[in-house]
Design a binder for this molecule. Structure first.
Ligand code: ASP
Length: 420
């Protein structure tokens, strides 16, 4: 038994609001990173531990929630939700990249800088579309889970969920019973994972401190100064994009205060982990708290974490203009439209892991026929840009989820206003 004093210390820690613990860790981590500099990297394993704890939960949470979600809403409604979610994601990505392009064209970051010599490697060829699509169907679901191939796990879970739904409608009592039993099992799995997420979030402040300290110590202020304009454009653009989400949410009658007070934990987690995939368990928990039905969020959030990257699209738009300025090239309207198209496709193809957007930027740069070496300039501060764009990516997924749930009957049960 723990002595009384240590128990009350622990209880006080648990009762202290999570977001304050996050905020304090963020500020302390930033100060430590900037003041102590590179030696602070000794704390790196503490940050990695946080990332691993989150990653550990991705596959189970996708599998459990999605099987339950799909089996409870049935194939027809699921199909409708799927189409709406995809449509929403594509439209918001186009808005995001356009915002990035326009702000960058207005502010003109990069003018006056020069291309570093001999830097940058040519990007690898993207795999053909047919291969990417075929890979969604796993040859072996266990392998897909072991590799953390989220799209393939989504596919498998959807198929199992539909089968369970069909069994539920069967004339055979035995099949109906088995379907119930399996669903209960997956429901139990979901509850267990959510409990683990709560535990991981109590460790999060330590992880946040370490992640932020290491990122800032490694990037350093000196790298940021010449690229302050680009950083300002990306952060400003993301603030606008979040304003756009707020507008859309308000148009759909959402209580903004409630939405953001529940979204703040996944937003903060995304900011420090720089991984939409890693943030998924926290986003799912937030969607559950918002009263969104599993039938929507169990699909829209993992899909969003894999294919919906508005912040990344915005960053690609802004950085292409930056690179063109560094190279002294004027982008034609045709090139700009090409950037919108490639940017949206690239953001779909971006994995929800730290730094993936930089690879996509390389693709967009070579598509636009711009000199490749200038990407090395952006690479120097990529971690700082990645924090904001990942936060935007996750907020976009939650916005889409909330909006689509609102448009589907019985998919949203708003909590009491005070519950936020
Ligand atoms: N880190 C981003 C994410 O996980 C992807 C990117 O690098 O833009 O959403």
């Amino acid at each position: 038994m723990a002595p009384e004093s240590s128990r009350s210390w622990w209880r006080r820690y648990l009762e202290f609001p999570l977001i304050w613990k996050f905020a304090i860790a963020l500020v302390l981590g930033a100060v430590a990173g900037l003041v102590v500099g590179p030696p602070i990297t000794v704390v790196e394993p503490l940050g990695d531990l946080f990332l691993r704890l989150l990653q550990m939960l991705i596959v189970p949470i996708v599998l459990f929630t999605l099987v339950v979600g799909v089996s409870s809403i049935g194939p027809a409604q699921f199909g409708r939700v799927g189409v709406k979610v995809l449509g929403f994601y594509v439209v918001t990505s186009v808005v995001a990249i356009t915002v990035g392009l326009f702000i960058a064209l207005a502010v003109q970051p990069g003018a006056g800088l020069s291309i570093p010599e001999g830097a940058g490697e040519e990007p690898e060829e993207a795999p053909p579309v047919s291969e990417t699509l075929l890979n969604i169907v796993p040859e072996n679901p266990i392998e897909a889970m072991a590799e953390g191939n989220v799209l393939a796990v989504i596919f498998f879970a959807v198929v199992v969920g539909i089968a369970l739904g069909v069994m539920q409608q069967s004339d055979s009592e035995r099949l109906r019973e088995l379907s119930q039993l399996t669903r209960r099992l997956f429901e139990a799995g979901t509850e267990v994972i959510f409990l683990v997420v709560r535990g991981v979030l109590e460790y999060a402040p330590i992880g946040i401190f370490a992640l932020i300290a290491v990122t800032l110590a490694e990037t350093g202020v000196s790298a940021l100064v010449p690229l302050a304009k680009l950083t300002g454009v990306v952060y400003g653009g993301i603030a606008l994009q979040i304003g756009f989400y707020a507008l859309v949410l308000a148009l759909f009658g959402a209580n903004l205060w409630q939405f953001f007070s529940m979204a703040k934990e996944p937003m903060a987690t995304a900011f420090v982990t720089r991984s939409s995939g890693g943030t998924l368990p926290v986003s799912e928990q937030a969607a559950e708290k918002m009263g969104i039905n599993e039938g929507v969020y169990s699909f829209s959030l993992p899909l969003g974490a894999t294919v919906n990257m508005d912040g990344t699209a915005l960053y690609v738009g802004a950085s292409v203009v930056f690179v063109a300025n560094v190279a002294g090239v004027d982008l034609s309207l045709g090139q700009l439209l090409g950037v919108v198209l490639v940017g949206v496709l690239a953001s779909i193809g971006t994995a929800g892991v730290p730094g993936a957007g930089l690879i996509m930027l390389s693709l967009a740069i070579s598509q636009a026929g711009l000199p490749f070496a200038a990407v090395a300039l952006v690479a120097g501060i990529d971690a700082i840009l990645d924090m904001a764009r990942t936060m935007c990516n996750v907020t976009g997924d939650l916005t889409g989820t909330r909006v689509i749930a609102q448009t589907e009957e019985g998919m949203l049960e708003e909590p009491e206003a005070s519950a936020a």
